[in-house]
Structure formats: structure tokens, C-alpha cells
Design a protein around this ligand. Structure first.
Ligand SMILES: Cc1cc2nc3c(=O)[nH]c(=O)nc-3n(C[C@H](O)[C@H](O)[C@H](O)COP(=O)(O)O)c2cc1C
Length: 209
């Protein structure tokens, strides 16, 4: 490490923190309409799923389950989503724009990952913790995608939470859950989106005594 104040601080801890900051803050939601047609290589998909598998998990239940829809599989997903939307939406509330989007959106991303939570048989771990673990796994996917320069989007239309969707995915236990869909692709060449957050000080209560 250099003592020269004009030189960047390159000690390992500073570098690791800088890398973590950059990755966490650069992660952005990029929706399928802003994805290009470039396919996803198997090695990239494998890296993303492998990192999902390293999420924290109380009791080592590893409750995340992923169903990867690619190529023609996306068409099957789109068709099922449309039929389910028709089934669960009262006729007077049917929105043609929503129906069309359910049919087109899965085809605008090269890969759509349905997100599942497999309930522990003995229910020792509270459900809320299993859902939290799955969310951590999705964050791992999204961070890894961002590190690769890829676009990701967690979508959770109401039909995600229906028994029909759960069963269609093969999550056979009524206690299992579908938590939505993670769309994965490459961003179109229109720059990387920016976002903001309110100050963390508004969300933290310090208790020191
Ligand atoms: C559990 C969960 C479900 C989400 N579902 C949707 C959704 O259905 N539609 C949507 O537009 N965005 C959805 N999002 C993404 C948020 O809109 C997005 O994270 C937010 O706008 C902040 O943008 P950023 O991800 O780029 O930081 C979801 C995010 C989470 C964590």
C-alpha cells in the first residue's frame, strides 16, 4: 500500500468494499422491453443459478426452486399465463393490455426463471424465513447478472400466487409457493439505468444504551 495521498488506496479490504459497493448499487431492474435479442450462454446461466444456490438459509433447508423457461418453453409459459389470467379475472375486470403483455413479455427475454419456494416437510422453519431465503437467492441472481452486464427483472403478477401456477410449475405441495418470475437477458444499447433511494438515516433507529 502506498503512503502517497495521490495514489488510490489499493489495500485488499478497500478494494473488496469498493467492489461490493459498485455491484450492489449498480444492480438495476431492466425490463424485457429493454432487452435485446442476444441469447444467454449456458455458462452465464449456470453462474447465475449457482450463485442463487449460495443464499443464506435457516436450518439449511435451501427452499429455492427455479424453473428455467428458454426458447419454446417461453411460449408455453406465455400461453399458460394468458389462460390463467382469463380464468381468474372476472370478465368485467378483464384488461386486454394486461392479457397481451402476459403473452408477449416472456418472449422478449431469452430466459424467464419462475421462482419457487419449497416448504419444509416438518415446518420447523417459519414460512416467512423460507420466503426471505428465496428472496436472498433472487438477489444473488440479480447481482450476478448485473456483474455480467446482464439485464434482470423480478416480476410478480397476481397470478404468480395462485394454486394453478404453483401446480403447473410442479410445486405439488399446497404449502409451496411461486414468488413470480425473474426475466434475464442483455440490455439494449441504451445505457444502464439509474435509480435513487431515500436516505438510510430515515430507516435506521440506533439503540446504544
Ligand atoms: C419481490 C419483488 C417483486 C417485484 N415485482 C415487480 C412487478 O411485478 N412489476 C414491476 O414492475 N417491478 C417489480 N419489482 C421490481 C421493482 O419495481 C424494482 O426493484 C424497483 O423499481 C427498484 O428498481 P431497481 O431494482 O432498479 O433498484 C419487484 C421487486 C421485488 C423485490
Amino acid at each position: 500500500m502506498s503512503d502517497d495521498p495521490n495514489q488510490p488506496n489499493l489495500d485488499p479490504l478497500t478494494l473488496r468494499l469498493a467492489a461490493a459497493n459498485a455491484l450492489i448499487r449498480r444492480r438495476r431492474t431492466i425490463k424485457p422491453k429493454d432487452m435485446s435479442e442476444k441469447p444467454i450462454e449456458n455458462a452465464h446461466l449456470a453462474a447465475i443459478l449457482e450463485n442463487a444456490n449460495w443464499a443464506p438459509t435457516h436450518g439449511m433447508t435451501e427452499p429455492w426452486r427455479f424453473f428455467v423457461f428458454a426458447q419454446e418453453g417461453r411460449q408455453r409459459l406465455a400461453e399458460f399465463m394468458q389462460s390463467l389470467y382469463k380464468k381468474i379475472t372476472p370478465e368485467d375486470q378483464h384488461r386486454p393490455d394486461k392479457f397481451d403483455k402476459l403473452g408477449s413479455q416472456p418472449l422478449m427475454a431469452p430466459v424467464v426463471v419462475a421462482i419457487g419456494m419449497k416448504r419444509q416437510e416438518i415446518e420447523k422453519i417459519p414460512e416467512i424465513e423460507e420466503l426471505a431465503a428465496v428472496a436472498c437467492a433472487v438477489q444473488n441472481m440479480h447481482l450476478t447478472a448485473s456483474a455480467l452486464g446482464m439485464a434482470g427483472f423480478w416480476s410478480s403478477p397476481p397470478l404468480s400466487y395462485t394454486d394453478e401456477m404453483r401446480e403447473w410449475l410442479g410445486l405439488g405441495d399446497p404449502r409451496d409457493k411461486c414468488l413470480g418470475f425473474f426475466y434475464l437477458g442483455w440490455p439494449k444499447d441504451e445505457g444502464w439505468p439509474e435509480s435513487t433511494r431515500g436516505p438510510i438515516t430515515d430507516k435506521v433507529t440506533m439503540v446504544s444504551q
